[in-house]
Design a protein around this ligand. Structure first.
Ligand SMILES: [Zn+2]
Length: 360
């Protein structure tokens, strides 16, 4: 199979985040890139991250998976990387899309420990089970990457979100280096995960103590589900409303036009619905031409549907679904109702974001 390298690297990039609120698993990017057995190819290859993302997508049954990737400096300076791979890694590092650390040590299980996220591993983190008892005690939080059909496979459970450490994650931290891609001025509230050194939070990249500059605003993570597949994942923060639509005017808007077929896209307005997190809950405001519906879920029946009055914010309960059109739904990432998603496997069939799609 032939792959267009640039397209694959771009596709991988869309699945990278250093925000705990968006990530679904933590991984050592070097481990994956150096895992020659995965495809029997070069000693180091960044494209293996694409095999990992596809494997995780199949495992979780959704194609908008987001990974928190940590890379050691050793990976960034590996002489066997192509110049393109080195350039892309440098950009991911500079833009804070991956976390680069001087020394890996226990960083991946540490991020898993602080955030509650599952970890992806090849060798099972030997020697670290004593410090992180859940590596052995909660096997569904440890996902194993192995060679498999189509490139790679994940073996492990289907982890439920575990409780993160609110004392660390609930604060806004700043690095002494103001241009720091993880904790610098550019990050706003979507920051990375602190590293702990003798009980002191430090910047994982610069190893300098972090300063707490305030409390992080509350946030809710949503997914966009189109025809039973998770197509996108985004965070709504207090004080920062998010507009979802075919092609919203605001640069912070969630663009969903690319996930829709022509007739459905025509029913979705450019600015369709605005989600706002206020003191008294989450609200949806219809901005569209064809309307927005909120559906409640009830254990006793089909629930209710409410057609939103244009321009009037309507309270959205934790388990409610916001429907932009039949089959186009926004729902909290931790409250996806059973039955909304098609079974894993069929999901990846026509996924436009499928990372390793071969060229015809
Ligand atoms: Zn820093």
């Amino acid at each position: 199979m032939r792959f267009e390298v640039t397209q694959v690297l771009d596709a991988i990039e869309r699945h990278l985040t250093t925000e705990a609120a968006l990530a679904q698993a933590v991984v050592d990017l070097g481990h994956v890139a150096w895992y020659g057995q995965l495809d029997g190819g070069r000693p180091v290859s960044l494209l293996r991250a694409g095999l990992l993302i596809d494997a995780l997508s199949r495992h979780l049954g959704e194609d908008a998976v987001m990974i928190y990737a940590v890379a050691s400096r050793e990976l960034l300076t590996d002489a066997d990387l192509t110049s393109k791979e080195r350039m892309v890694l440098g950009r991911w590092s500079g833009d804070g899309m991956i976390e680069v650390v001087p020394v890996m040590a226990d960083r991946v299980p540490e991020v898993g420990d602080i955030t509650g996220l599952p970890v992806i591993t090849i060798d099972g983190f030997p020697g670290l089970e004593t410090r992180y008892g859940w590596l052995r005690g909660v096997p569904e939080r440890v996902l194993h990457l192995v060679p498999g059909e189509g490139g790679a496979r994940i073996i492990g459970g289907y982890p439920l979100p575990a409780e993160g450490r609110a004392a660390l994650l609930g604060k806004v931290w700043r690095c002494v280096r103001r241009d720091c891609p993880l904790f610098g001025d550019r990050r706003g509230s979507g920051q990375a995960v602190p590293r702990m050194r003798s009980g002191v939070p430090v910047c994982p990249r610069h190893d300098e103590p972090l300063t707490n500059i305030g409390v992080k605003p509350p946030a809710v993570t949503f997914v966009l589900v189109v025809d039973g597949s998770v197509r996108d994942r985004f965070v709504v923060r207090a004080g920062r409303p998010v507009v979802v639509g075919r092609s919203p005017d605001e640069p912070t808007g969630i663009v969903i036009g690319g996930y829709l077929d022509g007739p459905v896209a025509a029913m979705i307005s450019r600015n369709h619905v605005r989600l706002s997190l206020l003191d008294d809950g989450l609200f949806a405001e219809d901005l569209s031409t064809n309307g927005t519906t909120v559906r409640t879920q009830s254990p006793y029946g089909p629930g209710e549907q409410v057609q939103l009055a244009p321009g009037a914010p309507y309270p959205v309960g934790p388990t409610d679904m916001v429907e932009l059109h039949s089959g186009v739904v926004l729902v909290r990432a931790d409250r996806i109702p059973p039955g909304l998603l098609h079974a894993g496997g069929s999901v990846m069939g026509d996924a436009p974001t499928m990372t390793m799609r071969p060229l015809p």
